[in-house]
Design a protein around this ligand. Structure first.
Ligand code: SAM
Ligand code: F3S
Length: 431
């Protein structure tokens, strides 16, 4: 039987899909080269915003014709939406055959073979067999270090659909990283909803200690980690990053709002000042660091003055990149009980204003990089023949044309001289 996986949402979902693929392949199934060849369709979903949810149901609508074109075709809904609504989805979308939550990725083939239609158990412990991860499409190797979240931000559905924070044993993480390095995969991305909540269940080791341990493994070229929470910022981290050059020069630390009033309402557990202090310490200690963040605009009760504070914070920090979203009430979160009182047009206006301002800053910051020489990891071919797309160690996208096409392929490292800063990427020449 051939399967086809479509993935929506975050990097955690991408890794779950790679594990789903490994699990199905281990049971003798094969990935389809095209959707039409497949008889099992898995949609790995995200529920963090309502839009992501609506898109999933629209996609299921499109799949109706696919399913009925050949008898025996089946559809499985996986991931956070599956976890959120469980069995009710089978009624809401009769096209579905299976509903599997994110805690079930290692048991999917067995569930399908046994005809288990709904499974949404979230295991207490986090671990997996590195051999079941299908890394055929991966250039940057993702490794889970923790799952779930216990922060309880008022707006966020993640704790509900991914469970409370649970860490994977450091020994198991190290074994997987060593296997990847032995396989020649030297660009590692450690994943968790709140990586700085990491605590080795065996030794109590925290994230900073884990990074030191992994950065010392022979063969690592880039070791990145996302996402960090400002309330759990470890003041020792900047020096550890400075002293271990293989640690990525990218640091993703969402703040959500620049207003203390809104941060309190969001139950973020940190102030604007604490964030600025952490950001300042990182910037002062780690040269070339690219700091990135997430923002939500139009949170219930957000006034123009609150929004201005967000813009002011962005002007001060000058993020290398950011993600911004219009607030979207999610069922079951505490914020969903408060009136969603910022009108959609106003949310969009704030979102556009924020993005416009950040784009101008980003263009300037990228422009300043002209002349710099950087190592970058080739991730994909570009649009024109001979063109390539790579990622710098500060996680910037960089476009270049290969001097020697035979020497470049996805997964290769190249040394590049930046020639131009574009709004969302860089242009460079090989050195
Ligand atoms: N710690 C997480 C991570 O790994 O990035 C954050 C989880 S969430 C998937 C990513 C971002 O989505 C959040 O930082 C926040 O900005 C945004 N988000 C979460 N809930 C939201 C909501 N109800 N409405 C709008 N944006 C939301
Ligand atoms: Fe969500 Fe806040 Fe955790 S944004 S993932 S509850 S840190």
């Amino acid at each position: 039987m051939k399967y086809w996986i479509e993935t929506w949402g975050c990097q955690m979902n991408q890794l779950d899909s790679a594990r789903l693929s490994g699990n199905l392949a281990g049971a003798g199934m094969e990935p389809a080269a095209a959707l039409e060849e497949a008889s099992l369709f898995l949609l790995n979903t995200c529920s963090v915003r309502e839009k992501a949810e609506a898109k999933v149901f629209a996609r299921l609508g499109e799949l109706k014709a696919w399913k009925h074109r050949r008898p025996g075709r089946r559809i499985a809904l996986c991931g956070c939406i599956a976890q959120q609504y469980g069995e009710a989805l089978l009624k809401r979308a009769p096209l579905l055959d299976f509903v599997f939550g994110p805690g079930e990725v290692d048991r999917i083939a067995r569930h399908i073979a046994l005809g288990v239609a709904v499974a949404t158990h979230l295991p207490d412990a986090v671990d997996y067999d590195p051999a079941v991860v299908d890394r055929s499409d991966e250039v940057i190797s993702m490794v889970t270090i923790m799952e779930g979240c216990s922060q309880g931000c008022s707006f966020c559905i993640v704790p509900r659909v991914r469970g409370r924070a649970r860490s994977r044993p450091a020994g198991s993480i190290e074994r997987e990283v060593r296997l990847l390095l032995d396989d020649g995969r030297d660009d590692i991305l450690l994943l968790g909803q709140v990586v700085n909540a990491y605590r080795d269940p065996v030794s109590g080791l925290g994230l900073t200690g884990l990074l030191e341990r992994l950065a010392g493994l022979p063969g690592v070229r880039n070791l990145a980690f996302v996402t960090s929470h400002p309330a759990l910022f470890d003041p020792r981290l900047p020096a550890v990053m400075r002293d271990h050059p293989v640690l990525s020069r990218y640091f993703h630390m969402p703040i959500q709002s620049g207003s203390d009033r809104i941060l309190r309402a969001m139950r973020r557990g940190h102030s604007r000042e604490q964030y600025l202090e952490a950001a300042g310490r990182l910037g002062d200690t780690v040269p070339g660091l690219a700091l990135s963040s997430d923002f939500i605009v139009g949170y219930p009760g957000e006034t123009e003055a609150d929004f201005e504070e967000t813009l002011d914070l962005i002007r001060r920090v000058r993020f290398a990149s950011l993600y911004a979203f219009a607030y979207s009430p999610r069922p079951g979160t505490s914020a969903a009980r408060i009136a969603d009182d910022v009108p959609a047009v106003e949310k969009n206006r704030r979102l556009n204003e924020l993005l416009r301002m950040h784009d101008a800053i980003q263009r300037e910051e990228n422009g300043r990089l002209a002349g710099a020489v950087m190592d970058a990891h080739v991730v994909a071919p570009g649009r024109e023949p001979g063109a390539w797309v790579a990622r710098t160690r500060c996680n910037r996208v960089v476009h270049f044309a290969a001097a020697d096409p035979a020497a470049v392929r996805p997964g290769a490292w190249v040394r590049l001289k930046i020639t131009e800063g574009l709004p969302h990427s860089l242009r460079a020449d090989p050195v």
